[in-house]
Each structure stands twice: as structure tokens, then as C-alpha cells.
Design a protein around this ligand. Structure first.
Ligand SMILES: [Zn+2]
Length: 248
């Protein structure tokens, strides 16, 4: 049995250790394979859902998708249809979304609007289905204010709200680039009580550095190098809007 790997920073090296730990100790599920009607299996073989919210970059998502594929792990990549930082109508974005799917992962919706509207969610999911050529089984919300509202959202047309209360009982997230080690341990200890969900944002992880903020900084530097002068300010504004609190 692989022990819980002590936090070493937001490096791919550490992410691999986390995935090896997950493979060894959990029954990995996606929203496609999770059967909420089988609570008894939690005691015998603790299920784990691993999800990714793609707020900033589809390219960064590909990095994790490849790494997980190498370890034969399937997760869910929640993609925004209205991101300020990538455009799913771009040819390259479509190629990237299909690549994530091809690597064995599921595509979900990362819903960015400021109110819960099931018709809009349906429209966005359908759009992602057209691009990815595969069913969208889940959605997450980008705005923290909507998380509470989502706790009551029942699966609609077979699409899970990842923030539904039944999926949040034992939940860990690297939000804001912070890895709360005590929280991660608590989630591990509680694995036999209910479904476990880990949420990782690909933007925090990299080959280069162990600090999420440094990894983000390197990504921004790379992006700025490719922009014209007049594109710089709008890009930075979009970052501030998309990642509130990170730069304060
Ligand atoms: Zn988000």
C-alpha cells in the first residue's frame, strides 16, 4: 500500500505521486461511471472522483491530461464556454478539447455565468458535446456565490452538478493555489464515510516549480510574450476577473 505522499509543491512530480496514491487506495470514478445508488460500495472500495476546472488555459489542461493518461487514469475536465482567456470557437481550442477526450477523459462544463439557469447549462453542455463528440455528464460552477445554490441541484438529463451536496461530503480542492494539507488528510481519513472528490486546477501545476503562484506567473509570462502591445491590458484584466483574490 502506498502511503499518503507528503505535500511537495505543485510539481508534476508530486502530482504523479498523488495519482499513484489514488490508484492504490481508491476506486477511481468519473461522473459517467459513478452510480449514486450504490452507497454500500463506499465502505468496501472507497470511490474517488477527480475533476479539473479549466479557468485559464486549455494547453495547461492538456499537460495534466497526458500525465493522467500515462498512468491510465480517467478524470473529468470542466471547460468554460464563455472563458475570457480562451475561446472554444478557435480551431486550436477544439483540437485541444478533442485531444483531452481522446486521452480517455470526460468533458464537463465549467459554468461561468452569474446565475443558475438550467436552460443555459443545457445549451452550454450541448455545445461542448458537439465539439468533443461525447456526452457531457457533469458541470461545475465557476462563481463561488453559486456553489451553495448548486448543492440542491439534482442531476438534470443525466448531468451531475459537481457541487451537489451528495458529491461534496468529502471534498478537497486546490483553489487559489493553496494545498491545505490538513484538509487533504481529513478527506483521506473520511474516505469510507462517503464519496471523495478531488478538484485540481491545471493552471497551478507545472514541471518547473513547486509554487502555484510561480507556475501561474510563468504561464502569464509565456502568454504575454505572444501578445501584441494592445492585447496585453485586456489579457491582464481578463486574468484579474477570472481569478479574483489570487492577485490581492
Ligand atoms: Zn473556475
Amino acid at each position: 500500500m502506498i502511503d499518503i505522499p507528503p505535500f511537495e509543491g505543485f510539481s508534476f512530480n508530486y502530482y504523479r505521486k498523488l495519482m499513484a496514491f489514488a490508484l492504490d487506495n481508491f476506486n477511481l470514478k468519473t461522473f459517467r461511471t459513478w452510480d449514486e445508488k450504490q452507497p454500500h460500495i463506499i465502505q468496501v472500495s472507497p470511490p474517488l472522483l477527480i475533476c479539473h476546472n479549466i479557468d485559464v488555459s486549455l494547453e495547461k489542461a492538456i499537460d495534466l491530461a497526458v500525465l493522467e493518461n500515462e498512468m491510465e487514469i480517467k478524470t473529468t475536465y470542466m471547460i468554460m464556454t464563455d472563458s475570457l482567456l480562451y475561446n472554444i470557437d478557435d480551431v486550436q481550442s477544439k483540437i485541444n478539447i478533442r485531444k483531452i477526450k481522446k486521452l480517455g477523459h470526460d468533458i464537463g462544463l465549467h459554468y461561468g455565468k452569474n446565475r443558475i439557469d438550467l436552460d443555459m447549462i443545457e445549451t452550454d453542455c450541448t455545445l461542448l458535446e458537439q465539439i468533443s463528440g461525447s456526452r457531457v455528464y457533469s458541470y461545475s460552477v465557476h462563481r463561488p456565490a453559486l456553489i451553495k445554490l448548486c448543492m440542491d441541484c439534482k442531476p438534470e438529463r443525466g448531468r451531475f452538478a459537481s457541487h451537489n451536496a451528495s458529491l461534496l461530503g468529502n471534498y478537497f480542492s486546490d483553489s487559489r493555489g493553496i494545498f491545505r494539507w490538513d484538509r487533504f488528510n481529513k478527506v483521506w481519513e473520511n474516505r469510507k464515510d462517503c464519496l471523495t472528490q478531488w478538484l485540481f486546477h491545471p493552471i497551478w501545476w507545472s514541471n518547473d516549480s513547486n509554487s502555484a503562484q510561480k507556475n501561474l506567473g510563468n504561464h502569464i509570462k509565456n502568454e504575454l510574450n505572444q501578445l501584441s502591445l494592445k492585447e496585453v491590458i485586456p489579457y491582464l484584466q481578463s486574468l484579474f476577473i477570472t481569478l479574483p483574490g489570487v492577485f490581492s
